[in-house]
Design a protein around this ligand. Structure first.
Ligand SMILES: [Zn+2]
Length: 287
C-alpha cells in the first residue's frame, strides 16, 4: 500500500477551504477522492485534525476527544496491520489520560512492528504514569536497545534513573524515595543503579564515542585505547593533567558532537558529566 498521507492532507485542506467558502459540493468531492485513495488513512488524518480542533469547556473537549479516540480505535482494530493507527490511537489515549488503553494499543502495534520506537516510548511513558515501574524499566531498556542515542530516549533515561534495590524506574531524578520498594532515592542521598538503563546513556552509548575521540585526539591507537580507557581506569584519579591535553580533547569533542554540544538537552544531561569524564580519561591515559 503506497503512502498517500500527503495527498490526503492536501485533499483535506481543499475540503476545509471549500467548507469555509460554503461550497459543500467541492468539499464532498475532495473527501470522495481521498476516500478512493486510502479510506483508512483518510480516517486517521481527519481524526487527527478533529482532535486538535475541538472547542468548548474542558469537559466538552474531553468528551469530544474521547469520541474521536473511540472512532480511531475502531478503524485501527479494523485495519490492524496499519501500525500508524496504533501510534495515533496511543497518542490520543494518552492525551485523554487513558493509560491502560495506551498499553493495549501499543501492545497491538508492537505485535506487528516490534522495533517501533514511537510505540515503545509511548508504552514506557504510560507504564510510568500507571506507576508500574518494573515493566517501565523493561520497556525503557527496549527503547535504549532500539535507539539509545535518540533524544527522547535520553530524556526518559535522564528523568527516570533505576532503583538499585528493586530495579524499577524512579519517579524522577531527585526522587526522595522509590515508589515501588520505598528505599531512599537520589533526592534523599540514596544510590541509583550503576548498570543497565541509567548508565546506558552515559557509558554504553556515549562512552565508545568519547573513547574514540579521546584516543584519536591523543594519537593513541584504538586497541591501546580500548585497553587503557575503561570504566575501571576512570576511577583512578591522581594522575598528571596539562591544560593543553584538556584543550586538545575538548576541541576534538566539539568537532565530533558539533551543534549537539549546544543543545539544551545535551548540555543539561551530559555536558556536566562529559567534563568530568574527559578529565578522568586523560588522567587514566597518563598511567
Ligand atoms: Zn525500588
Amino acid at each position: 500500500m503506497p503512502d498517500y498521507t500527503n495527498e490526503i492532507n492536501e485533499l483535506l485542506d481543499r475540503r476545509d477551504e471549500a467548507l469555509a467558502q460554503g461550497d459543500a459540493m467541492s468539499a464532498q468531492a475532495a473527501v470522495n477522492k481521498a476516500h478512493a485513495l486510502d479510506r483508512v488513512s483518510l480516517e486517521f488524518e481527519s481524526a487527527k485534525r478533529d482532535f486538535g480542533r475541538v472547542k468548548g469547556t474542558p469537559d466538552e473537549i474531553f468528551r469530544q476527544r474521547c469520541q474521536i479516540t473511540q472512532r480511531v480505535g475502531s478503524v485501527a482494530t479494523g485495519a490492524p496491520d496499519r501500525v500508524e493507527g496504533w501510534r495515533l490511537l496511543a497518542a490520543m489515549l494518552a492525551t485523554v489520560g487513558n493509560f491502560d488503553g495506551v498499553l493495549r494499543a501499543t501492545a497491538s502495534g508492537i505485535k506487528r512492528s516490534p522495533q517501533d520506537l514511537d510505540l515503545w516510548l509511548r508504552r514506557t511513558r504510560a507504564l510510568i504514569r500507571l506507576k508500574q515501574m518494573s515493566p517501565a524499566a523493561k520497556a525503557l531498556r527496549y527503547c535504549v536497545d532500539i535507539a539509545g542515542k535518540d533524544n527522547r530516549v535520553i530524556a526518559l533515561v535522564t528523568e527516570h534513573p533505576v532503583c538499585p534495590h528493586c530495579l524499577g524506574l524512579l519517579p524522577g531524578p531527585h526522587a526522595a524515595a522509590c515508589i515501588q520498594c520505598g528505599k531512599p532515592g537520589p533526592g534523599a542521598g540514596g544510590a541509583v543503579a550503576s548498570i543497565n538503563v541509567r548508565n546506558q546513556s552515559k557509558f554504553d552509548v556515549l562512552f565508545p564515542t568519547v573513547r574514540k575521540v579521546v584516543a584519536t585526539s591523543m594519537g593513541m591507537d584504538e586497541h591501546r585505547a580500548n585497553n587503557l580507557i575503561t570504566l575501571k581506569t576512570l576511577l583512578k584519579r591522581d594522575f598528571g593533567l596539562t591544560t593543553m591535553d584538556c584543550a586538545n580533547v575538548l576541541n576534538a569533542m566539539s568537532r565530533e558532537f558539533g551543534d549537539r554540544f549546544d543543545a539544551p538537552l545535551f548540555k543539561s544531561a551530559l555536558v556536566g558529566f562529559l567534563d568530568l569524564l574527559v578529565a578522568d580519561l586523560i588522567r587514566a591515559t597518563k598511567l
